[in-house]
Design a protein around this ligand. Sequence first.
Ligand SMILES: [Zn+2]
Length: 98
Amino acid sequence: MSPRKHRRAESGEPPVAMGNNEWTEEHPDGLYRVRSLTGSSSSKPYRCPGCDQIIPLATPHIVAWLEEDEALQAGADFRRHWHKACWTKKNTRRPNQR
Ligand SMILES: [Zn+2]
């Protein structure tokens, strides 16, 4: 019988950088800036490009845009609002976790 070691159970790596609600993801079509929104500051409903449905107000969701769009369309409305589930579905390729 081995004495029980004082060992903390690893709770696992966080899937994304926690504590930061914005990150980048590599997709086949480019590098996306992704932001997680609580929705509480939304002032209007957005249409999700994944399912073509409206995201109701005060619904936590994802905002994503291509970094190159940000550079090309400064000031334009290049951001896309996605349901979390729809964004995850688009994300068929997992970002490289290091
Ligand atoms: Zn959707």
